[in-house]
Write a protein that binds this ligand. Structure first.
Ligand code: UD1
Length: 417
């Protein structure tokens, strides 16, 4: 079992580059089966979840080559329309293959993704969208069987915006006869990135990034290349690392407008930020203070994925900061470990109240989920002594070269087997 051994108290200084977005590349890899040809994806991060998606594509009969930050997928010869449980369970977001396989093959068989560390994770809205298009779906014995003689363009009005359900609806809509109008769609930047990809393979799609997305169905056969957008949550994590360590760093390869809520929160906390076209400078050498309540919301609200790292950055800010988590039930599982490091946090349901302490202490801690694990590392950078972070399989799902990136800007962090 590997751990990250972090000796806190080193001030981070320097420049680091943010890698491509996990939550863009995964649905784009699923969408690549619609191309019926070659897709070259650039700026692809090296992550456990990307490797899980590659296994699924190969199982489906696609060829996949990965080297450095480039993945080449050829989906011309797809031979299967099922994903077995062993592959599904490696990554919950594999459910995004459902809409793409259905669109390509007219049928799809997946095992149910089930809950995860963050809570129950239902897929009812994904099903609702596909049923509206005319798909017949059964979900028995832990399997989803989905089939349609023909898919018809329709109007899909989501009761709440769901990133995954919006993506599944967009991908399935490419095979519908006629026009599909998706309302109350999720507006996350990753959905805009999928639209950019779909357009390169000839799909007529507009509106991504707003709450109404319009997709025209039609024949697709294309070879294409796509550059994945930068990972805004990784960017938010590195800015939080700087804040926790009283550091002064610059992050490059970012789209600053994608994390305005995070940079605003850090400014309010007392960090000095410089926003450039594709870089952000942060100077956190001054005193940090509590900020007004941080409420997680669908984009353009404060991202739920950035809540744990920002909370970790606020542990020593003077005063009390209130966090309200409104997206996922179990998004406070890192708090137990932060308490063991000396944090002062009171929770009640969706609310967590963080009162700044003067010191945090290194202790052995265990990651409970991806962003919670990152939060423990953020806290460890600002703690006295050594923090051993275990449960790295969570962190490796979403951060490419995490310890190397932080070590390069002065962190004392090593992976120990
Ligand atoms: C995606 C992101 C995840 C992020 C989340 C919210 C990927 C791979 N993952 O997850 O990192 O934290 O968006 O920004 O892109 N819901 C339902 N029924 C459904 C689907 C969702 O009730 O069928 C609920 C969920 O329980 C949750 C809310 O909708 O409360 C939002 O979830 P959703 O946007 O679907 O998240 P994911 O796509 O799973």
């Amino acid at each position: 079992m590997s751990i990250l051994r972090i000796t806190g108290g080193r001030r981070l200084e320097g420049t680091l580059r943010v890698h491509g977005a996990k939550n863009s590349v995964l649905p784009i890899m699923a969408a690549s089966i619609l191309a019926r040809g070659e897709t070259i994806i650039h700026n692809c991060p090296d992550l456990a979840d990307v490797n899980a998606a590659i296994k699924i594509l190969r199982h489906l009969g696609c060829s996949v080559d990965k080297s450095n930050d480039r993945v080449i997928i050829n989906s011309a010869q797809m031979t299967r329309s099922d994903i077995p449980h062993e592959l599904m369970k490696e990554m919950r977001s594999s459910v995004i293959f459902l809409g793409a396989i259905l669109a390509r093959c007219g049928t799809a068989a997946l095992s149910m993704p089930g809950g995860c560390e963050l809570g129950p994770r239902p897929v009812d809205l994904h099903m609702m969208a596909l049923r509206e298009m005319g798909a017949k779906i059964t979900d028995e014995g832990g399997s989803i069987l989905c089939a349609a003689n023909e898919l018809l363009g329709c109007r899909i009005n989501f009761p709440i915006p769901s990133v995954g359900a919006t993506e599944n609806a967009m991908l399935a809509a490419t095979a519908c006869q006629g026009t599909t109008i998706i309302t109350n769609a999720a507006c996350e930047p990753e959905i805009w990135d999928i639209q950019r990809y779909l357009r390169t393979i000839g799909v007529k799609v507009t509106g991504a990034g707003t709450s109404t997305i319009i997709v025209e169905g039609g024949e697709i056969s294309a070879n294409t290349e796509h550059h994945v957008i930068p990972d805004r949550i990784v960017a938010a994590t590195y800015l939080s690392c700087a804040a926790a360590s009283s550091g002064k760093i610059e992050i490059t390869n970012v789209i600053p407008r994608h994390i305005t809520t995070v940079t605003n929160a850090l400014s309010e906390m007392g960090c000095r930020l410089k926003i450039y076209e594709d870089a952000i400078g942060i100077d956190a050498t001054g005193k940090l203070t509590a900020i007004k309540p941080v409420i997680t919301r669908p984009y353009p609200g404060f991202p739920t994925d950035a809540q744990p790292p920002l909370m970790a950055a606020s542990l020593k800010a003077s005063g009390t900061t209130v966090f309200i988590e409104s997206i996922f039930e179990n998004r406070y599982r890192h708090i137990g470990e932060l308490l063991r490091m000396g944090a002062d946090i009171k929770t009640e349901g969706k609310v967590a109240m963080v009162t700044g302490v003067s010191k945090l202490f290194g202790v052995p801690v265990e990651s409970t989920d991806l962003r919670g694990g990152a939060a423990l590392c953020v806290a460890a950078l600002g703690a006295e002594g050594i923090t051993d972070v275990s449960g790295l399989h969570h962190i490796d799902r979403g951060y490419d070269g995490f310890e190397a990136a932080l070590a390069a800007i002065g962190a004392d962090i090593v992976r120990v087997d």
